[in-house]
Design a protein around this ligand. Structure first.
Ligand code: SF4
Length: 755
């Protein structure tokens, strides 16, 4: 509490990040137990004291007249949104009896907790994980509703799922590079303050900014150079850059030898690494290099890897081998600037210039985020980007004067009883099969929390017609009757962010408390409280003692967070401690080789050991495509918080209805002018909305921003057009992604609703 007098209280809290992970600090002014104003709160660094229009408008969420005010049960058909008020006791009794029956018939694992990603709260998420772990039910991961391509790609090349520290951790610490390459990301709209502000600050300090994107975005409008490419061709573009870098011999051999597996010999007959067993040493699994000074093979050691050959072809015991980097170079041979230009639509000279700039500039940072990987092969696109960064030495491997990454005590949530098995884990795209076909096992009940599943997941008609009807029981915690909530059997009212406390480990390198500002309105409760009260009835109450505050204490109970407490966080953001002078925090690669894996042996059988270019599964990249010649993508709008909150009036005043952006060339071909009502369609559905004719999208591309509610469209919706095809390689690596930016459509002037 910053100020306290009879009339006015000012409480420091934090935006739970309607933009992902930025988490701006907020001062809430409270009068007569009502929040009357939000403003930015102080940060240790004045540059971070900011708030955007989404953060400001979140007060409208709290006091929105349409809030769900009490528990309700369905009385009409699913989808009709006919509900009747019930008590919390009745709600809990219904849940317990349904869960008991389903668990007796199918086992607890047939109950799935489908947890979304809005905001950065940890206890609301952790509480569900803890209960899922105690009941050994199924936690359905939401990575796959658009974001799983990123961890899939990062796991292969870095060995863990967050590539950020390696790519732009130092940028987050305001250490400006000479060149900033923003690839497939639009922070000006998706992360406007803590991230885009840094982009602009870097630019003011002399950083050259290049944006690579199929759309001429707001971020692109602030860049020194914009490179527009066709959707889904990023890995071809990466290979084209590498082609130039290899041909001009301007890669960084020292970095490649020390930090990547580029020097390890690969058998050309099997595609697997040459191992100790192939040369009959005692250690069967060691890697082998070709040692330049002695012109002979050697077991790879730290002492000799600096002298390893990176190119050429060698024979070891009659086995033909090449260094992994040579395999990569061989792959890039076909991606001449001319061919790369044909695939990506980027001019030849731009490809050559950018490759040279990346390789010859001292400090280059690559910035990307989730949207980049929302194509069928988005995981490989990410590997392509990281491979370019790695062969030129622009990956951060340690922070010599930086900060430790945020640490959380997450184990009590992942495994509440250490000696017992934990929850089952399932990707959200795999959930479709688990419900519809009962494979790999049946899911009969789902609990949706902070997720607008129907609105935001692919192939809406499949969800409505095949998925929902197969479920025995649907519970949802929500603030509003969203398109998904209309299908719930039981609706439980949850608090807005001003009505409960949570721990936010953002924006990096800060920790913050989302402090409860007012008591819960109506009969709403926080997710953590709902879980705790349900757990009590399931005889797991002892694991939730202290409610949401107890859970926060559990999370921050970590040796590296000594001195951090709820009380200290109430005063303001806490900056993670700098390392001791001269300290060095190594960022380790948890890959099989312990290095950046330019060559991924585990994907040899899948044909993806290298970051190959595989065309989009659906999005057309050639104008010769006849039936559905346009590629549909969906960007993020700065005028919307999460899709759960697509009903905030002040943001609707600025952006009142869904629109589709279409290039003038494509519009003219179809006799479409700015503001016309048009229908976007494919074999799955039709979606009708207003057209905006703009050169902001490339010819052949349509863009509809995501997050609009189904009922805000004149017909259909964005995700009626998308598909739920599973990429088996992503399924094998981690979990399959939904490929919202890999969709083929056609466009026409609206001719009336189709019967
Ligand atoms: S930039 Fe993000 S975290 Fe900051 S106020 Fe806006 S929505 Fe909230």
């Amino acid at each position: 509490m910053i100020n306290n007098n009879k009339d006015l209280r000012v409480i420091r809290t934090a935006c739970p990040a309607h933009c992902g992970i930025d988490c701006c600090g907020i001062l809430a002014h409270v009068k007569d137990n009502r929040v009357i104003k939000l403003e930015p709160a102080d940060f240790p660094d004045e540059n971070d004291r900011r708030i955007c229009l989404r953060g400001l408008s979140s007060l409208e969420i709290t006091y929105h007249p349409d809030r769900i005010k009490y528990p309700m049960k369905r009385i009409g058909e699913r989808g009709e949104a006919k509900f009747k008020r019930i008590t919390w006791d009745e709600a809990y009794s219904t849940i317990i009896s349904k869960f008991k029956r389903i668990s007796e018939d199918y086992g607890w694992k047939s109950i799935g907790w489908v947890l979304g990603g809005p905001g950065s709260g940890t206890t609301k998420f952790g509480a569900y994980l803890r209960l899922a772990s105690l009941t050994q039910s199924t936690r359905v991961s939401a990575w796959g509703y658009g974001d799983a391509g990123l961890p899939c790609g990062s796991r292969v090349i870095f060995g863990h799922q967050f590539p950020y520290m390696h790519l732009f951790g130092e940028f987050w610490q305001r250490k400006w590079p000479d060149l900033l390459v923003i690839w497939g990301s639009n922070p000006a709209e998706s992360m406007p303050l803590q991230t885009m502000r840094k982009v602009l600050d870097a630019k003011e300090n002399g950083t050259q900014v290049v944006v690579i994107d199929p759309r001429f975005t707001v971020t692109a409008s602030k860049a020194d150079e914009y490179i527009g490419l066709k959707p889904g061709t990023d890995s071809a573009f990466a290979l084209g850059l590498m082609h130039v870098i290899f041909q001009k011999r301007i890669y960084n051999p020292e970095f490649v030898r020390e930090f990547t597996n580029g020097s390890y010999l690969v058998r050309t007959d099997t595609g697997k690494f040459l191992r100790g067993k192939d040369i009959e040493t005692k250690k069967e699994n060691v890697y082998i290099i070709w040692h330049e000074p002695t012109d002979s093979y050697k077991v790879m050691r730290r002492s000799n890897v600096k002298e390893a050959c990176l190119s050429g072809s060698f024979k070891v015991n009659g086995i033909e081998c090449k260094p992994a980097l040579q395999m990569l170079e061989d792959l890039t041979l076909q991606y001449t600037p001319k061919k790369t230009s044909e695939i990506t639509g980027v001019q030849v000279d731009l490809i050559i210039k950018l490759a040279e700039k990346i390789a010859t500039t001292k400090k280059v940072v690559f910035y990307t985020h989730m949207g980049f990987t929302r194509t069928y092969h988005g995981d490989i696109s990410l590997r392509g980007l990281i491979t370019v960064a790695s062969i030129t030495g622009h990956v951060t491997t340690s922070f010599s004067s930086g900060y430790m990454p945020a640490v959380l005590n997450w184990d009590p949530f992942l495994k509440a009883i250490p000696e017992k098995p934990s929850f089952h884990r399932m990707g959200i795209l795999n959930l479709y099969d688990a419900v519809i076909s009962e494979k790999p096992y049946p899911i009969k009940a789902v609990w949706f929390a902070f997720i607008n599943f129907l609105n935001q997941c692919a192939n809406s008609n499949k969800i409505i017609n095949e998925f929902f009807p197969k479920l025995d029981f649907i519970v949802q915690t929500e603030l509003f009757i969203t398109p998904t909530a209309r299908y719930a059997d039981l609706l439980l009212p949850v608090c807005s962010f001003l009505e409960f406390s949570d721990f936010l480990p953002h924006p990096y390198p800060y920790l913050q408390l989302q402090q409860k500002v007012i008591n819960p309105l109506y009969e709403s409760k926080s997710d953590a409280t709902i879980v705790a009260e349900l757990a009590e009835r399931l005889e797991f109450g002892e694991y939730f003692k202290g409610g949401e505050e107890g859970l926060i204490d559990l999370i921050i109970d970590h040796p590296l967070l000594k001195g951090v407490s709820r009380e200290s966080l109430k005063k303001g953001a806490v900056k993670l401690q700098p390392l001791p002078e001269g300290g060095n925090f190594p960022l380790s690669f948890r890959t099989p080789s312990g290095k950046i894996e330019l060559y991924a042996e585990q994907l040899v059988e899948d044909g993806e050991a290298l970051p190959v270019y595989l065309p989009p599964i659906e999005a057309p990249i050639s104008p010769s495509e006849k039936k559905y010649p346009l590629a549909l993508i969906n960007g993020h709008s700065r005028f919307r918080t999460h899709s759960m909150f697509a009903n905030v009036q002040s943001l609707l005043d600025l952006s009142p209805e869904p629109i589709v952006d279409v290039n003038p060339i494509d519009a003219e071909k179809r006799d479409i002018t700015n503001g016309d009502i048009v229908t976007v369609y494919n074999d799955r559905a039709r979606t009708t909305l207003k057209a905006r004719v703009t050169e902001g999208v490339k010819p052949g591309v349509l863009d509809i921003t995501e997050g609009w509610w189904i009922e805000q469209f004149r017909e259909g919706s964005l995700n009626h057009l998308t598909h739920d095809i599973i990429n088996p390689v992503q399924d094998k690596i981690y979990e399959p992604n939904m490929h919202m930016n890999d969709v083929a459509v056609e466009l026409m002037k609206y001719k009336g609703i189709e019967k």
